[in-house]
Design a protein around this ligand. Structure first.
Ligand code: ATR
Length: 276
């Protein structure tokens, strides 16, 4: 009898019914002729630890972890990558030899999406303005710092949360007032929205782009709708604009590689499959 693991993985969250990850993996299984399964795992916070530990024994190669379990997934792991530790959360888990190995691929997904969507984008070309100081912001900050961004201006409605992130992430981060965010675009190379503003059902993000200079690249972690009011305004003003769907697609790629041993493509057919 073969002791090869079944090609079995999934995504844990609460709620999880809206996750697009099963579509991404189904598309890649078909593209690579892999007979695998990727399942939604609705897990209540109070059940998380028990289910998490049981999945490896149940034959899962790994799991993705989403809200509200990302911090617990890191805290309960046996080992964690530097990326997961820096972000303080895990979204990709491998079960190996009875151990739980935690990683975070959100920063990778953010950068790969920017590079694919704006090939001329250069992190080192100038400061970045990051809006928001929630969980998603930590991955964006880590990504931009790692990519070589010389300075990050961080604006959040609740300034204290931005101050706490700046203290955790170091000297290259400068907190600016939410009310003064438009002025912080002066000589910026990158503008990233990491708040939920602009998402369907949320208020739009009010962002005056008139202080921005040519060469600015604007990106949004929001992908419903794909063209947020922020991205539409950026495009109309002649700036490069990169939607957030690619971050979701690219962050899934290292999981597929690690669990199933094939390198899947992030391309137009995958985007179409996700939007259908
Ligand atoms: P996530 O983990 O997905 O980043 P979060 O931790 O709830 O979600 O963070 C949401 C972000 O959107 C925060 O930066 C939040 O600002 P506050 O820290 O001041 O709450 C921001 N946000 C949400 N609604 C907002 C609004 N109406 N105006 C400005 N910022 C808003």
């Amino acid at each position: 009898m073969s002791d090869a693991k079944p090609m079995l993985a999934g995504v844990m969250g609460w709620p999880i019914s809206h996750s697009k990850s099963p579509r991404i993996f189904a598309h890649w299984f078909a593209a690579h002729g892999i007979e695998g399964a990727y399942v939604r795992l609705p897990v209540r916070p109070e059940d998380f630890a028990e289910v998490y530990r049981a999945l490896g024994k149940a034959g899962f190669c790994g799991v993705n972890v989403t809200l509200p379990h990302k911090e617990a997934a890191l805290a309960l792991a046996d080992e964690a990558t530097p990326a997961a530790r820096a972000i303080g959360a895990a979204n990709m888990i491998r079960f190996e030899g009875g151990r739980i190995l935690a990683d975070n691929t959100d920063a990778y997904g953010f950068i790969e999406n920017l590079r694919a969507g704006a090939p001329d984008w250069d992190a080192a070309a100038g400061p970045a303005l990051v809006l928001g100081a929630g969980g998603a912001s930590r991955a964006v900050l880590q990504a931009l710092l790692e990519a070589g961004c010389p300075e990050i201006r961080l604006a959040n409605r609740t300034r204290a949360k931005a101050e706490a992130l700046a203290a955790a992430f170091g000297l290259r981060i400068r907190v600016v007032d939410w009310e003064h965010r438009a002025a912080a675009l002066s000589n910026a190379a990158t503008l990233a929205n990491s708040t939920a503003l602009g998402m369907a059902g949320q208020p739009p993000l009010a962002m005056d782009l008139s202080m921005a200079e040519p060469g600015l690249t604007v990106t949004d972690i929001v992908y419903t709708p794909l063209e947020t009011p922020l991205l539409a305004a950026a495009r109309a003003a002649g700036f490069a604009a990169v939607d957030g769907l690619g971050m979701l697609l690219h962050q899934a790629r290292p999981s597929f590689r690690a669990w199933f041993g094939a390198d899947p493509a992030v391309d137009g057919t995958l985007r179409t499959a996700c939007l259908a």
